[in-house]
Unconditional design. Structure first.
Length: 298
């Protein structure tokens, strides 16, 4: 089957984008894996599929598949590429686009400087909704919050063959575990990442973020993504890491996140207790090339 695709990237997190606004391609998990394969296919961390609006109040739906072929709820860097794609293909002329993703509805704004700001919605701290099975981990003592109440705990994950690690657990529509490290360049991302991703406390697996705090407005981040491995950037991972850092009292409400593929800016006004404040993410989105590829039948 010959299909047209667009290759895009946002801060080095790369995507194959497919247009299903005129009809479904009906790809199987094996065909998504083929497209993502860097040797036999196009090569990508995720496959993004753009579809018509499935309901009132949104302009489009877009669907995300990881490189392993599994469908997932959310992709921050992909969202920015999605909006650039629908504009460049003339599918909309709007500067503000609302889109349905598996994890909810998000709103995207194209800025005059070419970057895109995404309202990612509120983070989710309710453990069953992450989902996180607290019976498979244990809590560290939580830091006291400003009012003297019990603040947000870190969870300690026992890991086979390694010392246990304390992580913050939350969802940005997709699940994240965030581990603070002293030096992200020396952090054992490839050693610990797969163990955290597949830890039994996360029944749907998890994205593992390694966060180095430089100062209250600047961090470095590497993410071992569920269903992919380490990527050059993870948008939802950046949101989760900054929210975790704000709730732990390490960060202010606007933070520049340096990833190996580029810079993202994350804003969250939830530190003062308004936990349902939306997370805003701003960053680049670039079209790399377009083409056609013959996808083997499943
Ligand atoms: N790269 C993405 C996240 C993609 C999905 C993730 N791997 C998952 O399985 O949840 C981003 O920019 O957010």
């Amino acid at each position: 089957m010959l299909i047209r695709f667009t290759k895009m990237q946002g801060a080095g997190n790369d995507f194959v984008v497919l247009d299903e606004t005129q009809g479904r391609l009906g790809l199987s998990a094996a065909q998504y894996r083929f497209l993502a394969d860097r040797h036999f296919g196009v090569g990508a961390d995720q496959i993004l599929t753009v579809r018509p609006a499935p309901m009132a109040g949104v302009d489009f739906e877009y669907v995300i598949h990881n490189a392993d072929g599994g469908e997932v709820e959310h992709c921050g860097n992909g969202a920015r590429c999605f909006v650039r794609f629908v504009r460049e293909r003339g599918l909309t002329a709007k500067d503000v686009v609302r889109v349905k993703v598996h994890g909810g509805v998000i709103e995207l704004r194209l800025n005059a400087d070419g970057r895109v700001t995404v309202d990612m919605g509120a983070p989710v701290f309710d453990l069953p909704r992450v989902p996180f099975d607290a019976g498979q981990a244990y809590t560290e003592s939580a830091p006291e919050d400003a009012s003297g109440g019990n603040a947000w705990p870190l969870w300690t994950l026992p890991l086979p063959g390694h010392a246990a690690v304390p992580v913050a657990v939350l969802s940005m529509g997709n699940p994240h575990a965030v581990l603070r490290v002293d030096d992200v360049d020396q952090a054992p991302v490839l050693g610990l990442g797969p163990l955290i991703e597949a830890h039994p406390a996360f029944p749907r697996r998890v994205n593992a973020g390694f966060l180095q705090v430089l100062d209250r407005g600047h961090v470095k981040l590497r993410v071992f993504e569920r269903g992919v491995g380490e990527t050059l950037a993870c948008g939802t991972g950046a949101c989760a890491a900054v929210v975790a850092g704000i709730r732990q009292g390490w960060l202010d409400e606007r933070v520049d996140v340096a990833t190996r593929g580029g810079q993202l800016t994350i804003e969250w006004a939830g530190g003062a207790g308004q936990l349902d404040a939306p997370v805003l993410m701003t960053g680049p989105a670039t079209t790399v090339f377009q083409g056609e590829i013959d996808v083997p039948e499943p």
